[in-house]
Structure formats: structure tokens, C-alpha cells
Design a protein around this ligand. Structure first.
Ligand code: AMP
Ligand code: ZN
Length: 142
């Protein structure tokens, strides 16, 4: 395991800081987010100090992100009253990342819960040409 002595989530992995762990194996740990944006809010972290998604190799992604559906399904089974789930990750300060150890948020949702995770409609500023330009700009990097 490649951990950082000064990192909050590495300390959680080592058990130096307690967590309400819902799932753990050699690759990942999933535990309750203390903020509980909605009840059942879980964080999943790799057991390797990766800063965020931009730090992942393809191999890291296969190894660590494969557990996303498993955790997602467990939350929805545990809380049948929810009918939706946001799986999100903030990458970088400008994107709202506060803890600099990669983590995936699982936030269960129900209609009318009033949460506004990301909502901004800029579609009036785009036409076919500008959508295509954006598409190609990203495509060229893949
Ligand atoms: P982010 O803003 O995406 O970096 O999210 C960091 C998340 O970590 C926040 O939702 C916090 O509530 C959560 N958090 C911070 N400290 C702890 C902790 N000791 N145990 C569980 N969750 C934590
Ligand atoms: Zn860490």
C-alpha cells in the first residue's frame, strides 16, 4: 500500500482515524461521509494515495473503480425509499475537492429532496458547430 502520512483518508485506511466502514478489501474502503448530504451518503476510496481521478492510470481505474456498482447497489437495497443515486467525484479545488485523496461520493436521491448537485443549463450558448468543436477537442485526447 502506498499511503501518505499526512493524508486524512490514508489515516482512515490505516485505522488511525475511525470510520463507519461499509465495505473493505485489499483495494478499496467504503465508509459513511460524515456530512450525510442524504442519509446513506458513502465515500469509496482507493487504498493507494491517488490525489484524484487525474492521478489514475488505466490499471488503477480497473482496480479501484470496479467496485462502484457494488456499493451503489448495496445503498439502494438498504434504502428502498430512494429511487436515484448520484455517483460523483470532485477533482481539484475549483471542482470542490477538499480532501486530496481520491474519493467517489455515493449520494442517494429521492424526488423532491431539494438537492442541487450540479445544475446550470448553458445550452442556449451552444449550437451544432460549438457542440461538435467541444466533442472533437475531447475526442482528440482519447
Ligand atoms: P470533497 O469535497 O469531494 O473533497 O469531499 C470530502 C468529503 O469528506 C466531505 O463530504 C466530508 O464530509 C468528508 N469527510 C471529511 N472528513 C471525514 C471523515 N473523518 N470521515 C468521513 N468523511 C469525512
Ligand atoms: Zn491519502
Amino acid at each position: 500500500m502506498c499511503l501518505d502520512a499526512n493524508c486524512l483518508f490514508c489515516k482512515i485506511i490505516k485505522g488511525e482515524i475511525p470510520s463507519y466502514t461499509v465495505f473493505e478489501n485489499d483495494d478499496v474502503k467504503a465508509f459513511l461521509d460524515i456530512s450525510q448530504v442524504n442519509e446513506g451518503h458513502v465515500l469509496m476510496i482507493p487504498k493507494k494515495h491517488l490525489v484524484n481521478i487525474l492521478d489514475y492510470s488505466d490499471g488503477d481505474a480497473q482496480k479501484y473503480l470496479q467496485y462502484i456498482p457494488k456499493i451503489a447497489k448495496a445503498i439502494m437495497k438498504a434504502y428502498p425509499e430512494y429511487d436515484g443515486l448520484n455517483v460523483t467525484t470532485n477533482n481539484g479545488e475549483s471542482a470542490g475537492q477538499v480532501v486530496m485523496h481520491s474519493h467517489i461520493h455515493f449520494i442517494p436521491r429521492k424526488t423532491g429532496d431539494g438537492l442541487n448537485v450540479i445544475s446550470r443549463d448553458n445550452s442556449k450558448n451552444y449550437d451544432e458547430a460549438s457542440y461538435t468543436a467541444v466533442m472533437n477537442k475531447i475526442k482528440d485526447q482519447l
